[in-house]
Ligand binder design. Sequence first.
Ligand code: IVH
Length: 669
Amino acid sequence: MSEKDRILELRITINDHNYRYYILDDPIISDREYDILLRELEQLEKANPDLITADSPTQRIGTVPLSEFGQIRHTIPMQSLENAMNSEELIAFDKRIKKLLNTDDDIAYIAEPKLDGIGVELVYNDGYFSHGSTRGDGVTGEDITQNLKTINAIPLKLRETDKPMPKLLEIRGEVFISKKDFKTLNESQEKQDSKLFANPRNAASGSLRQLDSNITAGRPLSIFCYEPGAIQGVTFETHLDFLNSIKQWGIPVNQLSETVTGEGGIISYHEQLENRRNDLDYEIDGTVFKVNSYSLRESLGIRSRSPRWAIAGKFKAQQVTTIIENIEVQVGRTGAITPVARLKPVQVGGVTVTNSTLHNQDEIDRKDIRVGDTVLVERAGDVIPKIVKVISEKRPNDAARFTIPDNCPVCGHTIFRDEDEAVARCQNLSCPAQIKGRIEHFVSRNALDIEGLGEKLVDQLVEKKLLTTVDQIFQLKYDDIVNLERMADKSARNLLEAIGNAKRTTFARFVYGLGIRNVGEHLAKILEKQFSADVQKFMDSNTEDLESIFEIGPIVARGIAQFWDDADNRKVVKGCFANGVSFAPLATTNAKLIDKTFVFTGTLESLTRPKAKELVENLGGRASGSVSSKTDYLVAGPGAGSKLKKAKELGTKILTEQEFLTMIDELNQ
Ligand code: IVH
């Protein structure tokens, strides 16, 4: 393509992006990408000055104002800032200033954060807020006076100070929404099923440009001011003087502004602020360095789009666009199935990003993420990159919807996804992606409690393929383990002995160790009672049988049924018995408290709460924390208060600690 054609192409592209950014409030490229396009156009035009036209985006300052608002012509045009993309360009700026001023002395600058919001102008007449506008095309902006008046941080009347009240005071600043308020705002948008804002800047822009200022009034807008426009009735020698004065008049000024000198001062301020960027509660996208002395500013002058006396130091982009090349599913150690987007590698916030988790199917559906999509990727505060949104305009025609497959990508077994749960899971006890985690859980203290079979050893046994299923634990031989790392004759013998001892266990420990979805220790004990410690009966139960058990709802029942639907799971369990696992008889066959709920309150004198709970559970009952119509007994010690009152109101049976102990004793007879 010839340089001329590229210039024409760039102009169309940039104008399109301007329209999307300023008018539609829906940019489809990051600021950084926009800057790069504009730079390229500037450079091509510089090399081909005869091709510059008055309507080129390089010749304009901003963009046309929205037509619905009245227009306000700025007394002094609101210019833009020249950008420095890196340290070298910041240093070059300082060198240029010194050259233009013909001095070797260090220059004093005011360093400020570059706030990522919406530039506005506020106009005060004799100390009273008169009107305000957006930047618009830099010459004319939208009249947003009514909306600005809803922002509490903007004083409607300036405070009196030692300085005379200026007859005219025009102040430029940035309206923004803090990160915290942005989060709350989007949460409430989500609740109301309204469109979510992509970032705080978009939210601020959308809020400020409401035609109904009642809507603006409900939005958490803030402002920091940083530059004068036209001023009458007072003069300022330096920018520091200006900032301090407006602060005293009650105008918000960013507290991170400070005086720095020379290139050293510039670079260190820039680096420090970039490091702190994510700790601030508002978005900034760079630094701004401005010559402090207003008389020096005068000598330096301005160019068509930006002043010579200031520069913006851009930070590394934290939001960039890239393409989703593929979506894969990963299986975690607990069987959780997580879809992951494989991205075309891209630099975000200084690191290369190639993957981003998509969390679950709901998240994919909500954001409508498809393979081939161009997406906006963010790597802010947290280090983990996330996909902010899909740029739907860039979606290729053949981009297909993605659905998590029905089968586990690692073992091929059916994936279980309950309607009420976001996360899909593979429940195969022997899934290679989970086997280490499954074994660790199976041998853990509250399950089979095999001492000596720790994480490192499990890793080695799985990697050497000595363990591919949990029942193989009971087939391990001395020769298999003695030569493993950190093992020797004695430790190998001890481990085999621990495995041998663990074969004699209980139904509850064994079932808990299987890691069935939602079956924790408590439920395992209930199942033990219900199925009289008969695993075959448990395996053969259907969802109806399970749901008839007090404490088991449809979700838990479906999880259990799905676990037993898997023939391999049944095989592994049978394998355990074939290898010698057996259950001790139930501690008590007395299940007289089945379905009975106890609540303990006040001080128990001879029992701890966990002990009291255990006594109830051993008899098939359950202990709960709060009194309801389902409570059968309240055991009340001294100091009982609201729970006792409620139990009395409900007519619940109330026991003293002694009465409770007697009851347990009798039931255990
Ligand atoms: S001074 C002539 N100071 O950046 C200089 N601008 O790219 C006028 N901005 O339109 C601007 N923080 O909306 C200045 N501390 C700061 C700023 C700042 C953010 C915005 C502002 C301006 C744009 C220029």
